[in-house]
Design a binder for this molecule. Structure first.
Ligand SMILES: Cc1cc2nc3c(=O)[nH]c(=O)nc-3n(C[C@H](O)[C@H](O)[C@H](O)COP(=O)(O)OP(=O)(O)OC[C@H]3O[C@@H](n4cnc5c(N)ncnc54)[C@H](O)[C@@H]3O)c2cc1C
Length: 368
């Protein structure tokens, strides 16, 4: 692997680092996306990656495939059908009762076997808890490179995957290449890539592959399945409207102003990292490089300076409104609307104005 600054180096400057791709890797073709599904629920990041994968596949002139692992039945069938609606040319399926719940061992074996048999040149996974666990073990088993938490994926003139991600605490971007091994693997966090349109399509070509493993082969046992009661608590990453507060609010009491405005707008509320570190707000509300990436239609940030680690999590918002007392705050460099004001004084009348202006019907629409 080679590490480069944010702008991909021209192909010829990497020539020295690039030994001839070993003969057995030359057969690796096509772009694959691992479709993460649990009990019939496909994680949206998988479809976001289908959009990114389609762009890469078209540039390379190859096929885009989804890989679905799961137990035989409706849930897996549904995931396969949806994968076609998000642009797959074909779908690889490993369907076995052992794969009903995620466990690293059988999932790694299934994905590794399918890769070794059908040889993709690029394999993308969501940087979710499951995706990170699976990607790491599959990459180490395949002895190939994995670039985690990418923010951009491109294909170079020589067909290499240029995977860009923040480094040095987010102060730099680096582009990483897996030059001499295949597949080139990358994970991407939810909401980093835009969601492509879903187009109703019939089921296309499916390639099934056996798991070749039975329950007795697996060390970990699933004793029961307990859904995470908190998982539905914060819908921050997928909200259309997000209101967030930072250290400029000065106290947890003042942070309530953020929640009040969010309540009136039917929005989700979030925060910068220091508020989580101070214990004012729970970690699932943190926005930024080490928190959630958001892509709302409207993002209101109050008392947030706009450090790069925060910026990378909000740049995908359609409209960013920043409230800050310091007219030179970095957030004004990327906000679409900047309000130089004391948020503690501005938020209550702003909330009241929205309350008067928005009928419940409009609030519902904004939030939907
Ligand atoms: C490895 C690493 C990962 C990180 N990950 C993240 C991350 O995921 N998310 C994240 O947010 N940060 C992250 N950080 C921290 C980041 O570098 C910043 O320190 C942080 O974002 C700053 O938070 P803030 O804007 O709330 O506070 P500050 O930078 O202190 O800014 C407060 C702002 O409030 C303004 N202000 C003061 N009073 C008022 C007022 N009354 N009304 C309006 N404005 C006012 C000030 O002018 C200032 O601009 C990370 C840092 C590192 C090193």
């Amino acid at each position: 692997m080679a590490e480069n600054p944010a702008t991909p180096a021209p192909a010829n400057s990497r020539a020295a680092a690039k030994k001839d791709l070993p003969e057995h890797f030359k057969a690796y073709k096509h772009v694959w996306v691992f479709i993460e599904q649990e009990r019939g629920h496909v994680h949206p990041v998988s479809f976001e990656l289908m959009g990114a994968g389609r762009r890469l596949a078209d540039k390379l002139g190859v096929e885009l495939a989804g890989v679905v692992l799961g137990a035989p039945g409706e849930a897996t069938d549904h995931a396969v059908a949806e994968t076609f609606c998000y642009g797959a040319d074909l779908v690889y399926v490993v369907s076995d009762p052992v794969l009903e719940n995620y466990r690293n061992e059988p999932y790694s074996k299934a994905l590794t076997d399918v890769v070794n048999t059908y040889k993709p040149e690029i394999l993308l996974l969501g940087a979710t808890t499951l995706g990170r666990d699976l990607a790491g073990s599959v990459a180490t088993t395949l002895l190939t490179g994995l670039t985690a938490d990418c923010t951009e994926l491109e294909v170079d003139a020589d067909g290499s995957l240029a995977a860009t991600r923040p480094t040095f605490g987010g102060s730099l971007l680096c582009t990483i290449y897996t030059l001499n091994f295949r597949p080139q693997m990358a994970t991407v966090r939810p909401r980093v890539m835009p969601m492509p349109d879903r187009v109703e399509k019939p089921i296309g070509k499916i390639v099934t592959h056996p798991l070749g493993m039975v329950e007795d082969d697996i060390v970990t046992k699933v004793l029961s399945y307990i859904p995470d009661r908190d998982s539905a608590k914060s819908n921050l990453a997928f909200a259309d409207v997000v209101v967030a507060g930072g250290l400029g609010l000065g106290s947890p009491e003042n942070y309530q102003l953020i929640k009040q405005l969010a309540g009136v707008l039917g929005a989700e509320y979030g925060c910068s990292r220091p508020l989580v570190q101070k214990g004012w707000v729970s970690a699932d509300r943190q926005i930024g490089q080490t928190g959630k990436t958001i892509r709302p239609k409207l993002y209101i940030a109050a008392g947030i300076s706009g450090a790069i680690q925060h910026r990378v999590g909000v740049e995908g918002a359609d409209l960013i409104v920043a409230i800050n007392t310091d007219k030179n705050a970095p957030i004004f460099d990327f906000a679409h609307v900047g309000i130089v004001a004391d948020a503690i004084r501005l938020l209550p009348p702003l909330t009241e104005a929205f309350r008067k202006r928005l009928s419940p019907h409009i609030s519902d629409k904004l939030a939907s």
